[in-house]
Design a protein around this ligand. Sequence first.
Ligand code: 5GP
Ligand code: MN
Length: 341
Amino acid sequence: MVDFLEKIESLKGYLSGGCKNIAIVTHTNPDGDAIGSSLAWAKVLRDMGHEVHTLVPNRYPAFLDWMDGIGEMVVAKEQPEVATEIIAAAELVFVMDLNKIDRLDSMTEPLMASEAPHILIDHHLMPPDDYSLQFSYPEMCSTAFVTYKIIEAMVGTEAITTEMAENLYAGIMTDTGNFAFSYLTPDLMRSVAVLLERGLEIPKVYNAVYNSYSASRVKLLGYSLGKKMEVLAKGKAAYMSLTEKEMRRYNFQLGDSEGFVNYPLSIAGMKMSAIFIETRKFVRVSLRSRGDEVDVNLFARRYFGGGGHKNAAGGKSFVSIDETIEIYKKAVIEYFKENGI
Ligand code: 5GP
Ligand code: MN
């Protein structure tokens, strides 16, 4: 706690001295936590008088369209020059919700070139330690919660508007699987209570995020589970895969496969689940586990050049989807054997 308060003092130092030009960046395939924490933090900084730009490497899924301030986000893939200029001009950069700088795609290079202080706000395991200041709390459920704690300590929760409360809650809700995963602490629940006091309406955010799918997305889920789910390792591991062709058949839109990977974990005795999504350049790997036995952060680092959290991680595979599946099957056997599962 002392450490945290010292960091807050240091943060205040970085923000002192009048209006600063600030950039906030977050990871590729931004999720509710990445966007929710970035937008809420941007609002706090703007209210303090700073000029703030928010950036994402690629487009966010449509189920986040409702979020306050999302229209102002610069999508680097669509406006690469604008993104590079903003990063080059920033006097201070906040990096949100990511552990590896290479998760910034085309923004990685401009960011490496920038000489401004870089401040990390994050909850991933094993972050690099080369930031000017880092708020890195892997024991917290989401970057949105870390952001909440910073706001609370720096300016007080009265500074939280209803829109900010919604954005923060969206990050907390999505990263905890609607309060189903680990890291659900009394302190987190007290914070949610404060967000309610600040005007948050939980059903509104829940419906905006989880009940706003297209019919084709729901059919694609049915297809994935009905036709593509395979169970292995005596019912302790599962996987699904989707090729570009299959996704086209269901009029796939960005974000449509979000959450699919969780469904196999509803099978009794299941320890881990994976989904492999084919894209033009690589196969996107998403991994989930339940309990302490399978650490998918370690699994993703070892077999798919990725990382994340103990129960939710991801990576990339640069071979075909069939070869990726073979790698996964062998990896499961190896990992389960090593860990006596
Ligand atoms: P998702 O499966 O939802 O795409 O990702 C789950 C978590 O895994 C994310 O919160 C992120 O922490 C991590 N993750 C996903 N993809 C990658 C990746 O390519 N590299 C790293 N380092 N982490 C990833
Ligand atoms: Mn997160």
